[in-house]
Design a protein around this ligand. Sequence first.
Ligand SMILES: Cc1cc2nc3c(=O)[nH]c(=O)nc-3n(C[C@H](O)[C@H](O)[C@H](O)COP(=O)(O)OP(=O)(O)OC[C@H]3O[C@@H](n4cnc5c(N)ncnc54)[C@H](O)[C@@H]3O)c2cc1C
Length: 417
Amino acid sequence: MTKTYSAFNLLREGLRGQKGWGPAWRSPKPRATYDVIIIGGGGHGLATAYYLVKNHGVTNVAVIEKGWLGGGNTGRNTTVIRSNYYYPESTALYDLSVKLYEGLSRELNYNVMFSQRGMVVTAHSEPEMELAARNVNAMRLNGADADLLDVDQVKKLAPILNFSPDARFPIHGAVWQGRAGTGRHDAVAWGYARAADALGVDIIQNCEVTDVITEGGRCVGVATTQGEIRGGAVGAAVAGHSSVLAKLAGYTLPITSFALQAFVSEPMKPVIDTVAFCPPYGTYFSQSDKGGLVIGGGLDRVPSYGQRGNMPIQEAVLGGLVEMAPALAKVKLLRHWAGIVDVTPDSSPIIGPSGVEGLYVNCGWGTGGFKAIPAGGTLFAHILATGTHHDISRPFDPDRFITGRLIDEGAASGIAH
Ligand SMILES: Cc1cc2nc3c(=O)[nH]c(=O)nc-3n(C[C@H](O)[C@H](O)[C@H](O)COP(=O)(O)OP(=O)(O)OC[C@H]3O[C@@H](n4cnc5c(N)ncnc54)[C@H](O)[C@@H]3O)c2cc1C
């Protein structure tokens, strides 16, 4: 069976009718016991499994997924990758992720199509320009790349935007992060799955965790639709369903779950080669390699587990798109969908112990955890393997909701993803 995606193997398989490729990962039956069980086969769960083996040599690992790999938010997001956050704790985390993304295709031998096409976040008044300057200064001080652009520089980068002085919110300038960009969401899940499987991780799909087993107050495993599985440590990376799992195990999380919607248009010739976000319109968009516009906006107003689109959000986000770029007014929509995201009070993630001994959580990524998959996996693997925080994950421990040391990134992650 051919496994490695090299130029030679692609040519060889092309010449012999693509008959030699093996499956990208196995479909094993769950064993009775693992050293570490990870609940959730999204990007974070799969990356955690990969780094557990690669960075810590923990080889007896299972990922338990109730549906199919990447079928949660990882396969539903608008794929923006960036590290333009405000606080140093956040920059350390998200910039680690951008750096890992920069080498990920090579590391996983799987093309995750990370395209560093940059991101423009526009400012629409002189006070907003001052805030933009403050953001740029903060990002630079924290070690991330950022530039303050004037209106002519924005025009060069994204001429499709509305530069009319009569626009409802005329553009004055922007914050630019050149290393930001987009990736291929499925490929991130599949790349990590394939690499983790090659290192011996058991990836078990169509297997729902229905209960958490505790003995003497300690988590010792999970009950699933494929039977009981015991584990030395259990990690939950189930995004919008984190509170559902917490209820099973008897702990609480400061998480509210909302639907977040996105849209893709019919394919068209290239109209924009960066990611553009205009905050007052509540809309951002980029163009995929297939030519479709990938469009997103804000959360549904009402908490819910209803994983579907609705007309009020469609009107709000697409109305914003037309004001941002009137030339796109007649573009037809192809698809519209939603994912259930896990939002914390300070819009920052939670990585750390759950309150039940032996059970750890990786959640609270809300609208912005795709960009964080490589770092989230690295940091969660560290805590599962060692029982202690990596320096970068320490500030994201859930104890911050007791000590009050919040990392309030609402302004950075509330919508721009
Ligand atoms: C519309 C939309 C746009 C977004 N845009 C961006 C963006 O541009 N950039 C960005 O950085 N982020 C974005 N995000 C957020 C990002 O998608 C998520 O933060 C990220 O994918 C979370 O990854 P995850 O692995 O934690 O969760 P998921 O990918 O949701 O994986 C969790 C998995 O857990 C499984 N699961 C749940 N309960 C159980 C159970 N009981 N037993 C077994 N398995 C279970 C689910 O089936 C799921 O596959 C967006 C999200 C949405 C919905």
